[in-house]
Design a protein around this ligand. Structure first.
Ligand SMILES: [Zn+2]
Length: 317
């Protein structure tokens, strides 16, 4: 009986093992596997969009943020860095009350939180490339599922901007100083970035009008050539302050007054015209998106890109 039982057992084992032994290699990988748990699908937060407060999951919302913030033609590793930066930003916002909209964690206004593009806007913008580009956005989010940057045990306020001027900006020059938002080098040049250097020309009357909207009582000489007394640069080479009519105007304020793309500018006066020559686009703090794309093009992975632009922050999740 023992022999028969042992023989039967061996037959059973062989029968069970045979399909595995005969299966072509790789078949197990190719067979559909149940979807693993997605951290993004389980992360909920509230967004203010179109005047409404919606509860969304990170998996639903984040691809539209990446699409709203970064060109679809960018390198996959740059898009992944963007997904992680935006995820970190949103998570940090869920930990505090936002004074601009206490009823929601984040909004879709890029001047307040982060941009978000919905399907209709993306179809209009991408046309027949919609399926291809949307797949890139989904991939950037899924490949980094749940990953975010933290500092001191908290998700970071991962600020980012379009392009820098050789160096990124120290957060202390724009907002409060944060240890992971310090000035670092950024590799993009005019060859990489459309409209990298722009000019804004204003007649002396236009210059004065814009200035007086913000400083109604500023005292200006009869000769416009004497209005601007100098600029002070910060450690990143951007304008920290502009001295006009005896008044020191912060560079960030001058950027708003004269509608400049960044505070990395030079100002000249000649023949009745003030000319601003401006480099890069955005506040300059945190990751430069074009810089990230240049790094990715040179072979950097998303982790390397993020550790460059957010020094000291740790990738977790
Ligand atoms: Zn907001």
């Amino acid at each position: 009986m023992k022999t028969i039982a042992a023989a039967a057992l061996i037959c059973l084992l062989v029968a069970l093992a045979l399909p595995l032994l005969l299966a072509p290699s790789g078949q197990q990988e190719a067979s559909p596997s149940p979807a693993g748990p997605s951290a993004d699908a389980e992360t909920e937060f509230t967004v203010l969009t179109g005047g409404e407060v919606l509860t969304v999951t990170m998996a639903d919302w984040l691809p539209g943020v990446v699409a709203g913030e970064m060109p679809a033609l960018f390198e996959p590793e740059a898009l992944e860095a963007q997904a992680i930066a935006a995820r970190s930003y949103i998570l940090s916002r869920t930990r505090t009350i936002n004074a601009s909209h206490p009823q929601a964690d984040v909004c879709d206004d890029p001047s307040c939180c982060k941009a978000h593009s919905d399907e209709a806007a993306l179809r209009a913008s991408w046309g027949d490339k919609y399926d291809e580009y949307w797949a890139k956005m989904l991939s950037a989010v899924r490949e980094t599922d749940g990953q975010y940057l933290e500092y001191g045990g908290e998700p970071i306020l991962a600020a980012f901007h379009s392009s820098s001027a050789g160096m990124t900006e120290d957060s202390g020059e724009v907002w409060n100083s944060l240890p992971y938002l310090v000035s670092v080098s950024s590799p993009e040049t005019a060859e990489d970035v459309p409209d990298y250097v722009t000019t804004v020309e204003l007649s002396s009357a236009q210059f004065e009008s814009a200035l007086r909207d913000a400083y109604p009582y500023i005292s200006l000489d009869a000769d416009p050539a004497l209005w601007v007394e100098g600029t002070e640069l910060d450690s990143s080479g951007r304008v920290a302050s502009l001295r006009v009519g005896g008044q020191d105007i912060p560079g960030t304020e001058a950027r708003e007054i004269f509608a400049l793309r960044s505070t990395a500018f030079e100002l000249e006066y000649s023949g009745g015209v003030f000319t601003f020559t401006v480099t890069g686009y955005g506040h300059g703090v945190g990751m430069s998106q074009y810089g990230a794309n240049v790094m990715a093009g040179m072979g950097a992975g998303c982790e390397e890109i993020l550790s460059h632009y957010y020094p000291g922050a740790e990738l977790v999740g």
